[in-house]
Design a protein around this ligand. Structure first.
Ligand code: 5GP
Length: 186
């Protein structure tokens, strides 16, 4: 089973994904490939696999990527090999944007997909982005805020929409959703 978490940068996807993987024995995650520069809190091979633009384009040409998108001028994509290997034995929890979700829902016909959109009010989002420990530039904050309306416009793609105003509550709700959905799977 694949659980997709979406929502604008700052909606809490990373923190929630980590908390779910820690709490649920049968859950795991896989890093996406990206051409963006690693940030202070990134761990190569864990948060992302960092590759050059040329390497990423070679992966596209070799059909090694299920879906990819360009955000803030960088490629981001999901490796076919990584996803197929893990989805056989685990509940894979992955942070993917709205375009990637739309693509994966069309492509992955043999894997059950549960989609969750994390919502956060725009003013709260701005505050979170400005206070991030990895210090985004004004330009980066602007790019992410501009993305807000677009991501919200795709909300109908999602099975569940959750307002993330309390981390503990949100993690518990999503854990419950995953447990119920896995029962339906069998
Ligand atoms: P960030 O650079 O802040 O870590 O991520 C930027 C955006 O890229 C986020 O909205 C995230 O959901 C998206 N993203 C991360 N991995 C993938 C992926 O594999 N595919 C797609 N389409 N988007 C991704």
């Amino acid at each position: 089973m694949l659980v997709i978490l979406s929502g604008v940068a700052g909606a809490g996807k990373d923190t929630i994904r980590k908390a779910l993987v820690e709490r649920m024995e049968d859950a795991t995650t896989i890093p996406s490939f990206t051409t963006r520069e690693p940030r202070a809190d990134d761990i190569p091979g864990v948060t992302y696999n960092f590759v050059s633009k040329e390497e990423f384009e070679k992966m596209i040409d070799n059909d090694e990527i299920y879906e990819y998108d360009i955000h803030h001028n960088n490629y981001y994509g999901t490796s076919k090999k990584f996803l197929n290997e893990k989805a056989k034995d685990y509940i894979v929890i992955k942070d993917i944007d709205v375009n990637g979700t739309e693509n994966l829902k069309n492509i992955l016909k043999d894997v059950k997909i549960v989609t969750v959109f994390l919502r956060v009010p725009k003013d709260e989002l701005q505050r979170r982005l400005e206070n991030r420990i990895d210090k985004l530039s004004h330009e980066e904050i602007k790019l992410r805020l501009n993305r807000f309306d677009y991501e919200e416009s795709k909300i109908d793609l999602y099975d569940y929409v959750i307002k993330n105003d309390n981390l503990e509550k949100t993690v518990s709700i999503i854990q419950e959703i995953i447990e119920q959905e896995s029962k339906l799977d069998t």
